[in-house]
Design a protein around this ligand. Structure first.
Ligand code: ZN
Length: 178
């Protein structure tokens, strides 16, 4: 893994994720950690594009690294989305859409919609937190608080039967209390 991030230092996070490209590289590493398989035909060879999309060598189906994830077509870019997830999972209080919109220069309504998705994904992860995890990554936020460690795991969900999980990043960001 190229990017290993632990802690809740915003400056360090900014160092790891300097650009949208860094974030896409990171997403691709998690998404295809166990190798690429075409969603359409099951073939396992692909060409990698600069934006980390994979194009199947057999049927030419192209899948972006953010497809079926929280970050798919996010209006303000995947880097801001990473930072918002980070902030939401490290904060001990519930953040308002207005706060996020001011801090990240995002339209409030857009912020609210995205934050809703993040909360939903956290909730469904909490319902079955260990279901189908084959990979717990180190894009993790550890804030120590009264002996508890809050962590944001990059998780890989194998079971897509749950409707909500469909929209969530294969490597989902969630908060676990330990
Ligand atoms: Zn294919």
């Amino acid at each position: 893994m190229r990017y290993i991030f632990k802690g809740q230092n915003l400056l360090e996070l900014a160092e790891y994720f300097k650009s949208n490209q860094n974030c896409l590289d990171y997403s691709a590493e998690i998404k295809w950690a166990n190798g690429y398989i075409c969603k359409k035909c099951g073939y396992s060879n692909s060409q990698t594009r600069k934006n980390q999309s994979r194009t199947c060598s057999k049927c030419s189906h192209t899948e972006s690294t953010t497809a079926n994830t929280l970050f798919h077509k996010v209006k303000f870019g995947v880097r801001k989305a990473f930072f918002i997830c980070f902030e939401m999972s490290t904060s001990t209080k519930s953040l308002s859409a207005n706060y996020i919109s001011v801090r990240y220069g995002v339209i409030e309504k857009t912020a609210r919609l995205f934050m809703h998705k993040v909360r939903e994904s956290m909730k469904s992860s909490m319902n079955s937190p260990m279901n189908g995890i084959v990979h717990v990554d180190e894009f993790v936020v550890g804030g120590k608080e009264e002996g508890k460690v809050r962590r944001m795991y990059a998780m890989r969900i194998e079971n897509y039967s749950h409707k909500q999980l469909k929209t969530i990043f294969k490597s989902i960001f969630l908060t676990l209390l330990q």
